[in-house]
Design a protein around this ligand. Structure first.
Ligand code: HEC
Ligand code: HEC
Length: 396
């Protein structure tokens, strides 16, 4: 079946060739694809449970998935003993009911240091081609995790040379861990080291899959969308609002890696949030990819986030500088943000590095409210309360 026959704009990414044959989805005729297909993966007994239009995730050969590792990783993810001063776990900043964000514009570490950027959601993080807001070189969850664990600028979990051994001793003292480490890393002579901690948490994060929003149910022919939601979806995937150029994949972003990816694209974009003094600059240390490359062409370049569950991840943008979805739509409708006073004054609409796609966006009040209605169909309530992803420790 030619994908060009599919008239439903939401299926643009399918038409783009993710899955041949997927065009028989709702809206394109046919009776919909089977959902929750189980696909075998690299590790013993682990099965991915995915909507049919989600590709099989890519997993490093050195850290295959297993149920035992996911279970151990879940316990570690929610364990405050994993931070230097015992004050924070990963889950302090990545809270399930907020799609693993924390509700703050900028995260606050275990010793009180303010992070320059906001905590990111972890839904479908396994598919992200690069990690964090603007770092083309961080490409595995294992490598990324060294930042919150061991980083000192800012301090997040605050594990350092002085407490590194002590933190592991705390974990060894927890009776629940010995059998879990043994099950997750069978045949390993000295269980419980940092490498294993990191591998297990990475496996848990790879299991955080969100694909049962109302939008997904609509794609599967199981639930209708309202008239405003449908208009919003058509705008989102259409040339008037242009959103799909950067948020158009099955994961509502534009950086995807999966098991059979051949070419992995890793675009970053300047959306015109700032233009300090008309120079095109963004405020330090949030100048996007420029922070790493020092190339002017990378000024203000950030990764487009997945918009799944975006209803519960406010405030928005890398620094939390936009409070609500309505405000985000006002920002796009204006083609950027003009700040008239204060240290960040400047007209982001005129930022010379801004993506030309953001200039083209032309939205009236109705368009904006329709788009917000569509964005709210991306909330996966099952994911936000799924007991497989929740805190496993008994409450004190
Ligand atoms: C102090 C709050 C805080 C803690 C604690 C924390 N994170 Fe984060 N996390 C963040 C922030 C902020 C970012 C964005 C970082 C950036 O852009 O530089 C982030 C980004 C991430 C990302 C990248 C997501 C993406 O879409 O690219 C992953 C994965 C992640 N954190 C996992 C973890 C894990 C695992 C732990 C525990 C070992 C952890 N975090 C602890 C605040 C935190
Ligand atoms: C040129 C690429 C591009 C286009 C077009 C685009 N976006 Fe974005 N979007 C981004 C980037 C990049 C960010 C993050 C910017 C930052 O944090 O500095 C973002 C952030 C967002 C956020 C905030 C998400 C969060 O977790 O903070 C929302 C919501 C959003 N976009 C919705 C839309 C909608 C709706 C449209 C169409 C009207 C659209 N975007 C068009 C690239 C784009």
């Amino acid at each position: 079946m030619s994908s060009a026959q599919c008239k439903t704009p939401a299926l643009r990414w399918l038409a783009g060739g993710l899955l041949a044959g997927a065009a028989m989805l709702a809206g394109c005729g046919g009776d919909g694809v089977s959902v929750n297909d189980t696909v075998p993966s690299s590790g013993d007994g682990w099965q991915w449970v995915l909507p049919a239009y989600f590709p099989v995730p890519k997993v490093p050969e050195t850290n295959p998935m297993s149920q035992a590792k996911v279970d151990l990783g879940r316990h570690l993810f929610y364990d405050r003993r994993l931070s230097g001063n015992g004050q924070q776990s990963c889950a302090s900043c990545h809270q399930q009911d907020k799609a693993f964000t924390d509700g703050l514009g900028r995260a606050i570490g275990s010793t009180g240091m303010v992070h320059p950027r906001g905590a990111q959601g972890l839904a479908n993080v396994v598919y992200n081609a690069t990690l964090t807001w603007a770092n083309p070189s961080l490409v595995t969850l294992e490598k990324q995790m060294e930042v919150p664990l061991f980083g000192d600028d800012p301090v997040e979990m605050g594990v350092n040379d002085h407490n590194r051994a002590e933190v592991l001793e705390r974990l060894r003292a927890e009776p629940a861990y010995a059998p879990k480490f043994a099950a997750a890393f069978p045949g390993v002579a000295t269980p419980l080291d940092w490498g294993q901690v990191i591998q297990a948490i990475a496996s848990f994060q790879r299991s955080l899959l969100s694909g049962n929003s109302r939008y997904d149910q609509y794609l599967q022919g199981k639930a209708p969308l309202s008239a405003p939601e449908t208009r919003g979806m058509q705008l989102f995937f259409g040339e008037k609002a242009e959103c799909f150029h950067c948020h158009g994949s099955f994961n509502l972003n534009d950086q995807i890696v999966h098991a059979s990816s051949r070419v992995v694209e890793t675009p970053f974009h300047n959306t015109g949030l700032y233009n300090l003094g008309g120079t095109g600059a963004f405020p330090e240390p949030n100048r996007g990819v420029f922070e790493l490359t020092a190339l002017v062409k990378d000024m203000g370049f950030f990764r487009a986030p997945s918009l799944r569950n975006v209803e519960v991840t406010a405030p928005y943008m890398h620094d939390g500088s936009i409070a609500t979805l309505e405000d985000v739509l006002d920002f796009y409708a204006a083609g950027g943000r003009r700040i008239s006073t204060g240290p960040y004054a400047g007209d982001g609409r005129q930022n010379p590095h801004k993506s030309e796609l953001v200039s083209l966006i032309d939205l009236n009040a109705q368009d904006k409210s329709d788009l917000v209605a569509f964005l709210k169909t991306l909330t996966d309530h099952e994911f936000l309360s799924d007991s497989r992803h929740s805190d496993p420790w008994p409450r004190p």
